[in-house]
Design a protein around this ligand. Structure first.
Ligand SMILES: CC(=O)N[C@H]1[C@@H](OP(=O)(O)OP(=O)(O)OC[C@H]2O[C@@H](n3ccc(=O)[nH]c3=O)[C@H](O)[C@@H]2O)O[C@H](CO)[C@@H](O)[C@@H]1O
Ligand SMILES: C=C(OP(=O)(O)O)C(=O)O
Length: 435
């Protein structure tokens, strides 16, 4: 059962925090272990619900899973058990997270068949999977969707490379098609490919396993198929969504925080997007130092018009940080329009912020205008339910900055993506308790 957090807000925090390994990278990398019968050793795996569920699924599928230490696992997929994949248990397990969908590509490429229930993940609007299946079909797979059972199945005696123009730059869709194409016959080119750091990391790991992928980091990937992949080692990047969240936390609570070992060069526009809200942050080696700031002033565009922060496929701003931008803007000086282009149900949590005293106009499901309070009026503590993983963390940050006590229910939605968040926040001085 999902628990709750009790938070006493209004305290300044101080200290260092080290980001966990990236959740969305981990989900891709873990699926890729199915592509070889050799051992694959993976480091910096975050200890969070979604990732642990995927590791359990791999184990039930027959993959030998060895835990070497915290966040350090070895996987060996030399024999697998399709009875599990066709069982009611997998139907339940696979539908509990979004990332499980990326088992399809490796299963199809290596074993010629693949099955998957409708995956879970955040309820943040329509999350179609067409791009994934169009890609598999283009590579020569037969696709079937059982509408009664909500089950997807794929079969292929042989996958053949070709030019594929993706309908949209889907993150998990691109990962799936790449993992199918690495073992296909001949050359695949994927245009309008997503190129988030998660995908760059996946492609680099696959190349270390013997794949031949070029164009990494761009929206045109070229993959020369190979017969076999071998084992490798891989270390996850720090989670860029956590890093952005801790920048927001520092600003909202007027705290001096250093975020350690952030791999700055992989953060794209994230640091500058927070700077546009007026937040000072400095690069110190590979750390981000955020000084305690009494106020921060939102910039305007050059023509004097109101700043807009919107999401876009990489190298644009990740949609997973827009809820943090929104919450941080509530205490900035000035006005910003937050435009969530990708998902239609990710902004409804603003109701809770409005209850807490924030000045926000929800223009429509995709856009919210925030008029900052400039820290002149603190938010007020309240009771709330975490609607999704990122809105949950945004509400948690709001509660830490607010005057008085807050309770957040349904924190399973936060634990899905943030490792030991209460313990790590307490180490910075936060008054947060898990009940
Ligand atoms: C497990 C995982 O990695 N989840 C991430 C992944 O989800 P996921 O891979 O499911 O998201 P997709 O990239 O497929 O699509 C996101 C949404 O945006 C729409 N869309 C997508 C591409 C595009 O060019 N235009 C467009 O409108 C899609 O229809 C969909 O509604 O990527 C999302 C977008 O960065 C992130 O929010 C999720 O955290
Ligand atoms: C939406 C997210 O997760 P998922 O795709 O797993 O639902 C996220 O990580 O912000």
């Amino acid at each position: 059962m999902s628990g709750s957090f009790k938070i006493k807000g209004g305290k300044r925090l101080q200290g260092e925090i080290t980001p966990q390994g990236a959740k969305n990278e981990a989900l891709q990398i873990l699926c890729a272990v199915l592509l070889t019968e050799d051992e694959v050793r993976i480091n910096n795996i975050p200890d969070i619900h979604d990732v642990n569920r995927l590791i359990e699924i791999l184990g039930d599928f027959g993959v030998k899973v060895t835990k070497n230490g915290h966040g350090d696992y070895t996987f060996k997929s030399d024999s697998v058990n399709f009875d599990y994949i066709k069982s009611p248990e997998f139907k339940k397990d696979g539908s509990r997270l979004r990332g499980s969908i990326m088992l399809l590509g490796p299963m199809l490429a290596r074993f010629g068949e693949a099955y998957m229930p409708t995956p879970g993940g955040d309820k943040i609007g329509r999350r179609r999977l067409d791009t994934h299946f169009q890609g598999f079909v283009e590579l020569g797979a037969e696709f079937h969707y059982d509408e009664n059972e909500y089950l997807y199945s794929l079969k292929a005696t042989e996958l053949r490379g070709k030019f594929i123009l993706l309908e949209e730059a889907s993150v998990t869709g691109t990962a799936n098609i790449v993992m199918a194409a690495v073992l296909a016959k001949g050359k695949t080119r994927i245009y309008n490919a997503a190129c988030e750091p998660y995908l760059q990391q996946l492609c680099k790991m696959l190349n270390r396993m013997g794949a031949n992928i070029s164009g990494i980091g761009s929206n045109l990937l070229t993959i020369e198929g190979v017969d076999k992949l071998h084992g490798t080692e891989h270390t996850m990047l720090p989670d860029m969504v956590e890093i952005g969240s801790w920048i927001g936390l520092a600003a909202m609570t007027k705290s001096e925080i250093t975020i350690k070992n952030v791999h700055w060069n992989e953060l794209g526009v994230i640091p500058n997007t927070f700077r546009k809200l007026g937040i000072q942050l400095e690069r110190l080696g590979d750390d981000i130092y955020i000084p305690a700031q009494e106020n921060y002033k939102i910039q305007k565009f050059i023509d004097g018009s109101i700043l807009t922060v919107s999401d876009a496929p990489w190298p644009g701003f990740t949609p997973d940080l827009l809820s943090i931008i929104l919450v941080v803007a509530t205490q900035a000086k000035g006005t910003v329009l937050v435009h969530q282009k990708m998902f239609e149900s990710r902004l409804f949590f603003v109701d809770k912020l409005i209850d807490m005293g924030a000045q926000i106009i929800l223009c429509d499901p995709h856009r919210a205008t925030v008029v900052g309070l400039n820290h002149e009026y603190p938010l007020r503590g309240t009771t709330m339910v975490s609607p999704d993983i990122r809105a949950g963390n945004a509400l948690l940050i709001a509660a830490l900055s607010a005057e008085g006590n807050s309770t957040i229910h349904n924190i399973e939605q936060i634990d899905r993506g943030y490792e030991n968040i209460d313990v790590r926040l307490r180490a910075l001085g936060a008054d947060i308790e898990r009940i």
